[in-house]
Write a protein that binds this ligand. Sequence first.
Ligand code: NAP
Length: 505
Amino acid sequence: MAKVQEAAFEKAETKRDYYHLIINGERMESSNGSTIDACNPATGEIIAKVAKATKEDAEKAVQAARQAFDNGKWKKTPINKRSRVLNKIAAIMRSRFNELVELEVLNSGKSISAAEGQVMQAIEDFEFYAGALVAHRGSVNNVPGQFHNYTEKEPVGVCAQIIPWNYPMMMAAWKIAPAIAVGCSVIVKPASLTPLTAIVLGEICLEAGVPSGVVNIIPGPGADVGNYLVEHPDVNKVAFTGSTPIGRDLMGKASQTLKRVTLELGGKSPNIVFDDADLEAAIDGSLYGIFYNTGQSCEARSRLYVHEDIYDDFVDKFVEKTKKLKLGNPLDKETHVGAIIDQGQLDVINNYVQSAIADGADILTGGKPAVIEGFEGGYWFEPTVIANVNHDMDVVKEEIFGPVVVIMKFKDEKEAIKLANDTEFGLGSALWTKDGGRATRVANQIEAGIVMVNCPFSAFPGTPFGGYKQSGFGRELCIETLDLYTETKSIISFYGSRPLNPFGI
Ligand code: NAP
């Protein structure tokens, strides 16, 4: 493997033509010289070449992470100093905010307003964990006069972190920040379609003073490099965010070496609008709930249930506003809906819509790929609302991951809860009502990790994020996440005045 740069990391340009792997604190070429084309989904153009990791590179990254963990330099760094480094990462990100946002937009096709929020949240994640790690402590459980028992939280070790393309920088931050906060070493495998901001984040970690080998970034094919990490005996934990089928597969493979596993998987989140809801707020929030990030969100509220008494009025107004959504230049602040990630995902979305039509559903608006002036080479789909559907249809049961919502009516609270829970997934959910009692009753019965009440936002640093059922397990973005990157060790210490002689011999 060719070593490209030995010196400690200094500020590198965010936007450039070529991005390297980051292994053991150095920029590296791929061992076989191969590259990935990083594209702009809005135009279809190649914007950069990226070194494409091989299994050999993955092995180097595992060994670097292992060594960095075992030499103890980072995990034994005092908490206040580790906290300072995390804050420095955040500070560098803040100072390069506009560059990071632009790079995220160019490589993902998402609207700049979405990217701004996500990059800001990635910054705040590092700030949150810089504080949270100080509060992350073991506990004491004394037996008075005899035993002084206490626990230590020890970093779990080397973590393979595999992330998807829909929130490239935010997912990298959700993974890296808590892991390094507690002293782990990480190997991040970004999605092949969107590796750029994760690589830059890895460089920023080094620039901020994270020791070599603690943060390694290796874009490469999931089935190849990702699998290699998951099966590697020197990797202690796998943190995966991605689709449910791949998560299921990885869990089986990780079980062979009894790795710790966290899975953040897919969703088909319900959005329930009761007849007593503030209609305008419910329409605006529901619109954002599905079309934010072009519907390519794990927590997209893609099943919309509306009380029968307000159904017609709601649907008319919802469709009217959907038609007003602006697609176009993702770097334009007025754009609401950006591009689809690639041709493959565009085909997936289109096939779901066609299947709904074949099943007898009604397309109220949208329903086909869009052609955007000046962006004809990109991948675009019209924001789509589908009615006259039922729970046997694929379009209602499966995650589409695009700007497509199905809309159905319900007659009472009981039916709304039944419909909401009639899914294999359990990530997000939302409900709109002015009745506080109902909000609590329904929230308590929904089988999902997140319930948004009169609110379209789901992710705040400090608030647990994660799923029930086939949406995975483990919670990110919160103090509890630190437990998922640590082992708890109990130290049981006798301090009585007479020696113990349990057998009495
Ligand atoms: P994906 O196809 O499952 O890929 C996710 C990551 O896994 C990518 O880095 C991919 O690499 C890698 N991968 C693929 N096959 C692998 C294998 N056999 N072994 C190891 N790694 C493998 O998901 P995606 O299409 O990128 O992302 C969309 C999915 O992510 C949706 O289902 C969405 O709901 C979910 N998601 C969930 C959350 C959450 O918090 N619950 C958040 C965001 C997204 P390549 O890119 O090289 O294929």
